[in-house]
Design a protein around this ligand. Structure first.
Ligand code: ATP
Length: 618
């Protein structure tokens, strides 16, 4: 039972290698000529390695032993004087070493170049693939884990391919050639030397499987650690404000401890592996020397041939010792490779349909027909949503938090596809448009806009491919951002910190509005863009928003019903359904949830106003 499990796991490593090679086959095909030439050099190098002890054999058998025995020697067999033969053999030693190192240089350089290029191409593909994977995928995977796969795992594959896999292949070719020559010299002695190998292979495999399991767990733990670090650094303000360091620290310490234990286990097993290999190799040499001397005494082998035998075994000692470490590293890299391939094999849920076409410039008529959606398909969040908006109209979504308003708007961008029903823009199902051509015609301003760690200019320009400096400035003016940008140390060239930390909330929002404005998109989505801003910032952000939504179809979520009362259509969304629908006047006349909420907000703001006045007067 135990043995079967072991075989299955060894099979797992081998099938992992084949899976990786299959996935990389288009890249390998592309670089097939340098690969073929490098392998040729590799074969040449191994052949020369096998030749290395042979000059010594001839010196022993044809020069030294006859001289020792005072016999005429067999140099004459080659038809040349002893000193000439000795000279040729010594030159041969240097020649073999020189050619072998040249072949080694060519194969190492060639393969390394190919590996570096292929893995760089794969990394580029992986990064682009990750950006295209659906949001549901990104919610499922922690960002720390993804970062580890793009950086550490790719690095591991590259380093191991160059420093371990390549020498391993060289060693295996050498060991194979060595075995063939040993059998040719004396099959009995060769069998004796090989008999111990199965034991070595079994012990090796057993330890390697356990190492692989620990390293795979360790990679995952590292991903979790990276996530925790990323999350903590990202939320450092909240953590300091709420004094959450101890909580974060204890989470980190726990994860760090787990990672450490896995590394220690892995290191212990590797040390055990090295020890086993060393002892086994000493036993092999001793046994072969003991039996080999008897074979020589029976004249079935010359002393020089026994010397070749022992030299081969001694030379095999190093590659076999390294073999364990190389296999260990390769096993780890296979785990890394499988993690990378796992990502590459994910298909985006939301993608271009085969017959989709580039969208025309939208007029901006949007229609939801019986749309139902749930993040978990088993639990419907939005139920049977129906409405339509004409080009240039404004639609407001209001209602309690967490009831599906943002989700509804994310469907227009095709961040998710509805499970039922369809969304039409200008009378056509949005799934029939190419995804990029759809999204390029929608501008979006969120509650907390993300700014990149780049200049103000780049942050605005990224709203439109190829935007000129003039367009950037025009968009900034429209967003009421030009004045404050000019007051920044380097104006438009001021580099913003991570998340634009050097700007106030209102300033950040206005840069985001400029980014939305530069697109001149026919459809604009505003998801609570003024929440959390003070009155002055709210005023300037609102007036900027008015500019960019003029004549565009606008979708707006706001908890402030005064901000939405001028909308052409208001949807009151509750529990994923449209409870009430109409203009402000219609909904007030209806006297339902909307009207109650509106009156409540007015009372609160009047009270607040009175309170402020009272405080001011006193
Ligand atoms: N990516 C997601 N995966 C799973 N559930 C989600 C996801 N995003 C939101 N939800 C859940 O869906 C529900 C609706 O969220 P949504 O953000 O659409 O509501 P909302 O009405 O816009 O709320 P708010 O006004 O607070 O922004 C919530 O229960 C939320 O927890």
């Amino acid at each position: 039972m135990k043995n079967r499990r072991k075989q299955k796991t060894t099979k797992g490593v081998i099938s992992g290698i084949f899976k990786i090679l299959r996935k990389l086959s288009p890249y390998l095909r592309k670089h097939r000529i340098p690969i073929a030439l490098s392998f040729l050099a590799l074969l040449f190098e191994s052949g020369l390695q096998l030749l290395e002890p042979w000059p010594l054999k001839y010196v022993f058998d044809h020069i030294l032993i006859p001289a020792h025995n005072n016999s005429p020697g067999t140099a004459g067999a080659f038809g040349m004087p002893t000193m000439v033969l000795l000279g040729l053999l010594t030159v041969g030693i240097v020649g073999i070493a020189g050619l072998s190192s040249m072949a080694s240089y060519l194969s190492t350089y060639g393969i390394s170049m190919v590996v570096v290029q292929i893995l760089s191409e794969v990394r580029g593909k992986l990064f682009s693939h990750l950006q295209r994977l659906s949001l549901s995928f990104h919610q499922q995977f922690k960002s720390g884990d993804l970062i580890t796969r793009v950086t550490t795992d790719m690095d591991k594959m590259r380093n191991v391919a160059i420093s371990n896999a390549l020498p391993l292949v060289t060693n295996l070719i050498f060991l194979l050639g060595m075995s063939i020559v040993m059998f040719w010299l004396n099959w009995e002695l060769a069998l004796l030397a090989m008999a111990i190998f199965p034991l070595f292979i079994i012990l090796n495999a057993h330890l390697l499987i356990r190492i692989r399991s620990f390293s795979s767990q360790h990679r995952q733990s590292e991903g979790v650690l990276a996530s925790t670090t990323g999350e903590t650094m990202g939320a450092i303000k909240v953590i300091q404000a709420l004094s959450l360091h101890d909580r974060q620290q204890s989470i980190f310490v726990e994860q760090n401890k787990k990672s450490l234990e896995e590394v220690i286990q892995s290191l212990r097993l590797s040390a055990a592996l090295q020890r086993t290999v060393k002892v086994l190799m000493a036993i092999i040499v001793a046994v072969v020397l003991w039996r080999g001397s008897q074979v020589v005494q029976h004249q079935e082998l010359t002393p020089g041939e026994l010397l070749v035998f022992i030299t081969y075994l001694k030379n095999a000692f190093q590659p076999i010792r390294k073999l364990s470490n190389q296999i260990r590293q390769i096993t780890k890299a296979v785990a890394s490779g499988e993690r990378v391939i796992e990502l590459l094999e994910y298909e985006p849920n939301v993608r271009d349909l085969p017959n989709s076409k580039k969208a025309h410039l939208f007029f901006g008529a949007v229609r939801f027909e019986n749309v139902s959606f749930g993040y978990d398909p088993e639990r419907t969040l939005l139920k049977n949503i129906n409405f339509s908006v004409q080009p240039g109209q404004t639609l407001a979504l209001v209602g309690p938090s967490g009831n599906g308003k943002s989700t509804l708007l994310s469907l227009i961008l095709r961040l998710y596809d509805p499970q039922k029903g369809r969304i039409l823009i200008d009378g056509q199902d949005i799934r029939e448009y190419k995804l990029d051509s759809l999204r390029q015609q929608i501008s979006i301003v969120l509650q907390e806009s993300v700014l990149f760690a780049a200049s103000v200019r780049e942050n605005i320009a990224c709203g439109k491919i190829g935007a000129s400096d003039k367009e950037v400035e025009k968009a900034a003016r429209l967003a009421n951002a030009h004045e404050f940008i000019m007051k920044l140390p380097q104006g438009y060239d001021t580099v913003l910190g991570e998340r634009g930390a050097t700007l106030s909330g209102g300033q950040r929002q206005r840069i985001a509005i400029a980014r939305a404005a530069i697109r001149k998109a026919p459809i604009v989505i505003l998801d609570e863009p003024t929440t959390g801003l003070d009155s002055a910032s709210e005023y300037s952000v609102n007036s900027a928003l008015k500019q960019i939504t003029k004549n565009q179809t606008t979708f707006m979520i706001s908890h402030n019903l005064r901000a939405t009362q001028d909308a052409d259509l208001i949807l009151y969304v509750e529990s994923g359904t449209v409870r009430e629908k109409g203009t402000h006047e219609e909904l007030m006349r209806l006297g339902g949830c909307y009207a109650t909420l509106y009156r409540l907000q007015n009372i609160v703001s009047e009270d607040k106003y009175r309170g402020d006045t009272y405080a001011f007067e006193n």
